[in-house]
Design a protein around this ligand. Structure first.
Ligand SMILES: NC(=O)c1ccc[n+]([C@@H]2O[C@H](COP(=O)([O-])OP(=O)(O)OC[C@H]3O[C@@H](n4cnc5c(N)ncnc54)[C@H](OP(=O)(O)O)[C@@H]3O)[C@@H](O)[C@H]2O)c1
Length: 303
């Protein structure tokens, strides 16, 4: 038997339960993966809390991002062999010893990309790529990135810098040295943010990537950034009213990830692991994620 995290009613991390599960069989075109690590995302807890089900039905599995090894192939699968190191995203399935996924949604893990990094890449990687594309960064841009030390913010900041922008990022003081190490000018969020952002920036802001919500969006507009160059992934409620965009991970595909994975593997982009927890401590892992002050990814290890 294998293990799987499920929840049968909505609530906090206390609803998450580790249960025994059948080992799934891969049908035609599908691959069974033995999951070795699974990355956590805020959308997981927003889903098990009941805030929007993203296609889940009760009882539901948990988690999207995973990395592991190919365990068995369904009929007609080419390009993978048992034992290959792989990663990807499988909504509501990742926190389990085994999952089954379409071969075309699976990626080979490159040398140099750690198991934990691969296990945390799908959602934040696609989201960072898509949101940076949405604001069409050009050299010379000065870009505000909120929650710049988080999973999406850290990657989006570095992608914007690689496209020629200067990035000013908000984070708590504990993350300021980390942001400097990414090449980001750090500013603490909180009172008088607009004034402090203006003081920190080398010139007028021209675009913004919001990864936290309303306060950052209002600050971006107060800085005089054109609404069409403000993108939020964290608060859709004001998108129509303000004329900003809300391009998220759904606008990028898994096939956008290998280039980013290679940059991480080669050390050109930093992608830190905030912490790891064994699968048995899934509740504690989500409590840590939900406390909201991370530097990179929280990852479950399945052994
Ligand atoms: N639409 C989409 O496709 C999509 C995809 C992925 C994520 N999201 C959403 O985007 C948000 C960020 O996701 P994530 O995975 O990057 O989260 P994360 O890794 O949990 O990062 C959260 C970050 O928020 C920062 N933070 C906490 N309080 C803050 C405040 N008052 N102002 C500014 N920053 C603050 C923390 O920085 P400090 O430690 O420095 O405080 C932390 O680094 C979540 O709401 C998530 O649901 C949307």
């Amino acid at each position: 038997m294998a293990r799987r995290v499920i929840y049968a009613e909505h609530g906090g991390p206390e609803v998450l339960t580790l249960v025994e599960a059948e080992i799934p069989e891969p049908g035609p075109g599908r691959v069974r993966v033995r999951v070795q690590a699974a990355g956590l995302n805020p959308v997981d807890w927003k889903t098990f809390r009941g805030g929007g089900m993203y296609g889940a039905t009760l009882p539901s599995g948990v988690g999207n991002d995973f990395a592991g090894v190919v365990d068995a192939l369904g009929a007609g699968v080419t390009g993978f062999e048992p034992g290959d190191a792989v990663y990807g995203g499988a909504r509501h399935q990742a926190e389990a010893d085994y999952l089954v996924i379409d071969a075309e949604k699976l990626l080979h893990r490159p040398a140099g990309l750690s198991l934990e990094q691969a296990a945390g890449l799908d959602i934040v990687g696609r989201t960072a790529i898509a949101s940076v594309r949405a604001i069409e960064v050009v050299p010379g841009d000065v870009v505000l990135v909120s929650a710049a030390a988080g999973g999406v913010g850290g990657l989006a900041s570095q992608l914007a810098i690689r496209a020629g922008a200067t990035v000013v990022g908000t984070a708590s003081a504990a993350n300021h040295d980390y942001l400097r190490s990414l090449g980001v000018i750090p500013v603490a969020y909180g009172d008088d943010l607009v004034e402090r952002l203006r003081d920190a920036a080398p010139g007028p802001f021209t675009a913004a990537l919001d990864n936290h919500g309303r306060h950052s969006i209002d600050s971006a507009l107060a800085l005089g950034i054109e609404p069409r160059r403000v993108n939020t992934i964290a608060d859709r409620s004001v998108v129509a009213e303000y004329g900003i965009s809300d391009v998220g991970g759904g606008a990028a595909s898994i096939h956008d990830l290998p280039e980013l994975a290679q940059l991480i593997a080669s050390g050109e982009i930093q992608f830190p692991i905030d912490s790891t927890y064994p699968l048995e401590q899934v509740r504690e892992a989500y409590e840590h994620l939900m406390a909201g002050h991370l530097r990179g990814k929280v990852v479950l290890t399945l052994g």
